[in-house]
Design a protein around this ligand. Structure first.
Ligand SMILES: CC(C)(COP(=O)(O)OP(=O)(O)OC[C@H]1O[C@@H](n2cnc3c(N)ncnc32)[C@H](O)[C@@H]1OP(=O)(O)O)[C@@H](O)C(=O)NCCC(=O)NCCS
Length: 181
C-alpha cells in the first residue's frame, strides 16, 4: 500500500498524513468488532461518513489525526490523534487505535503515544493532554500509565460494553511531568 507523507518519524513506525487511498482500510478498522470495542463505535460507519468526517473540505483545527505506518511491513496499522483541542487552555484529548489486532502487544502503541506526546508538548505547545479509558481496557491503561499519565477521576457506569456497565477512567499528563522535560 502506498506510503503517505511522513509527518513524525519513529523507529518501527512513522506517523503519516491520512491518505484517502487507504479509506477502505480505515473503514474495515472502525467496523471491526474487536477493534471497535473500546473506541466508542457502536453503530456501523459508512465509507461516506469516513470520507466526510476524516477528509473534510476545509481544514478544521479541533482535531489532528495521523495514520500509524508500520515501516518494515509497509502497511498502515492504525490511527492516533488529538481532539477536543483548546488553544486557549492549551490542552487536548488523545485517542489511539491499532486497527490490526495482530500488531497489538508489541509495544507499537507506546511508541506512537510517545511520538504524539512530544509533538503535542513541543510543537503544538500543549500544557496538558487528557484521555478517557474504559476500566476493562487494561492494555490501554497500562500503556498510558507507563507513558506518564496519572488518574484524575472516574465516571461510574458510563458505558455498556459486552453486556456490562463499565466505568470510564479519566487520566492526564502535564508537560512539566513528562520525562526529560
Ligand atoms: C490500546 C493499544 C493502542 C495499545 O497498544 P499496544 O501496542 O497493543 O500496546 P502494548 O500491549 O504493547 O502495551 C503497552 C504497555 O501497556 C502495558 N500493558 C499491556 N497489557 C497490559 C495489561 N493487560 N494490563 C496492564 N498493563 C498492560 C505494558 O506495560 C505494556 O508495555 P510493556 O509490554 O513494554 O511493559 C492497542 O492495543 C489498541 O489499539 N487496542 C484497541 C483500541 C483501543 O483500545 N484503543 C485505546 C482506547 S482508550
Amino acid at each position: 500500500m502506498g506510503e503517505s507523507a511522513v509527518f513524525l518519524k519513529g523507529e518501527r513506525i512513522d506517523l503519516v498524513v491520512k491518505n484517502i487511498e487507504h479509506i477502505q482500510t480505515y473503514h474495515k478498522w472502525v467496523n471491526d468488532a474487536v477493534v471497535r470495542t473500546y473506541i466508542s463505535v457502536e453503530l456501523p460507519v459508512t465509507l461516506e461518513v469516513i470520507k466526510k468526517e476524516w477528509f473534510p473540505d476545509e481544514i478544521e483545527e479541533k482535531s489532528v489525526w495521523l495514520e500509524i505506518w508500520h515501516k518494515e511491513d509497509q502497511l498502515p496499522i492504525g490511527m492516533i490523534g488529538f481532539f477536543q483541542i483548546s488553544n486557549i487552555h492549551r490542552r487536548a484529548e488523545i485517542g489511539i487505535f491499532i486497527g490490526e489486532p495482530e500488531y497489538w502487544g508489541k509495544g507499537i502503541g507506546p511508541e506512537a503515544i510517545n511520538l504524539m506526546l512530544d509533538y503535542g508538548f513541543n510543537t503544538l505547545n500543549y500544557r496538558k493532554i487528557i484521555a478517557s479509558v474504559n476500566a476493562p481496557n487494561t492494555r490501554s491503561l497500562g500503556m498510558c500509565k507507563k507513558a506518564g499519565f496519572i488518574e484524575e477521576g472516574r465516571q461510574k457506569e458510563m458505558d455498556f460494553i459486552d453486556g456490562k456497565w463499565t466505568d470510564i477512567i479519566l487520566i492526564a499528563i502535564f508537560k512539566k511531568d513528562r520525562k526529560g522535560e
